[in-house]
Design a protein around this ligand. Structure first.
Ligand SMILES: [Zn+2]
Ligand SMILES: [Zn+2]
Length: 356
């Protein structure tokens, strides 16, 4: 617990580094000021003298309630005016306080030892003016581009021909062979056999392995700050910090072997609905029909799903466009009909029919 002598600067004459315990400025003789700020010089010597150490540890100085001068803790009367020791308002600068060198303040001395990073001290990311102007310019251009694409004009287009596509997915009810742990309803057994159903993990001895562990092998005293004793002296503040060492250690780990568990499995035949293909038709007229290339009268055949698309081909100036529309609208439309379509005003991009 080393004690060091602090220093203070005289606000009256500007004299630097008066010795901490001195009550008067060495240059002009002015009294040590109220709210004095004690500090440690980088080359402050460690006090060896036992009586000075005792004096330093005796306690903070006190302030005379009459003349405000500073007095040592063991003095019973003011050394300047002789007033009785009766501290009233005190002097904050004489309170004992710890200045941590790792950025903590005294209030947090009981908090965790791993002090957190002070966020306000982290450098901020700076964006240059040039970059800002560049970004704004690019954003402005994109906004202009998109808004101009939204300006559309209506045009009239003429229907020139029709197209259609239809398709059927068909399923057939056929006999298939399957294997399983049980025969489902409707299945006819063909054979049975033993097969691996799953594996059990059986402990099978141990294996010696090594791992690295962190072990506390001691502790070290670290100076974490200085305590301002309020009388011109400072005392080092220590903390005990654990020392960890990485160590290899061996341990036993259980090994396992996989043991198969057998059960009876069955081979059986059963009737199932299975995909029997897609039957598609298409045309460039207005007479759509569904394919009949499968036996629709067979009870072992059924339609799983139907899909249909209907298109009109339209002329717009020199361009032609193929548009898919609803079946109802497709039926009502005839060649030569005029329909309304949208086009972008600035770039002439065709956007399609207004109603589909
Ligand atoms: Zn002075
Ligand atoms: Zn006094």
């Amino acid at each position: 617990m080393s004690i060091k002598v602090g220093r203070w600067d005289c606000p009256v004459c500007g004299h630097k580094a008066n010795l901490g315990p001195e009550k008067q400025c060495a240059s002009c003789g002015s009294a040590r000021p109220q709210n004095v700020k004690f500090y440690l010089a980088s080359d402050a010597e460690i006090v060896k003298d036992e009586s000075i150490i005792r004096q330093a540890k005796a306690g903070a100085d006190w302030v005379c309630s009459y003349c405000n001068s500073h007095n040592k803790v063991n003095e019973t009367h003011c050394h300047t005016c002789g007033n009785d020791k009766s501290v009233k308002d005190g002097d904050k600068s004489l309170e004992q306080k710890i200045n941590y060198t790792d950025g903590r303040n005294e209030n947090s001395k009981n908090a965790s030892q791993n002090s957190k990073i002070n966020v306000s001290k982290l450098p901020k990311v700076q964006i240059s003016k040039k970059m800002k102007v560049g970004c704004l310019g690019t954003i402005g251009f994109l906004v202009l581009l998109f808004t101009s694409l939204f300006f559309t004009s209506q045009i009239e287009v003429e229907v020139s021909s029709f197209e259609w596509k239809r398709s059927l997915k068909v399923e057939k009810y056929i006999e298939v062979v399957e294997e399983n742990w049980q025969i489902p309803q409707g299945g006819k057994q063909i054979s049975s056999f033993e097969a691996v159903h799953h594996y059990n993990k059986i402990p099978d001895g141990t294996e010696t392995k090594t791992r690295t562990v962190s072990v506390q092998t001691g502790s070290e005293r670290v100076v974490v700050g200085q305590k301002d004793l309020g009388n011109g002296y400072f005392e080092d503040v220590y903390e005990d910090r654990p020392i960890y060492t990485e160590k290899e250690e061996t341990y036993e780990e259980t090994k396992y072997r996989e043991e198969p568990v057998y059960k009876t499995k069955y081979k059986y035949s059963i009737f199932r609905w299975k995909d029997a293909g897609t039957f598609a038709t298409k045309g460039k007229d207005k007479k759509p029909y569904w394919s009949e290339k499968f036996d629709s009268t067979n009870v072992n055949t059924r339609i799983k799903s139907k899909k249909a698309s209907y298109f009109i081909i339209i002329n717009e100036g020199k361009e032609t466009h193929k548009e898919e529309i609803s079946f109802e609208k497709w039926q009502k439309t005839t060649i030569g009909d005029k329909l309304k379509a949208k086009k972008s005003r600035f770039f002439g991009i065709y956007y399609g029919l207004v109603e589909k």
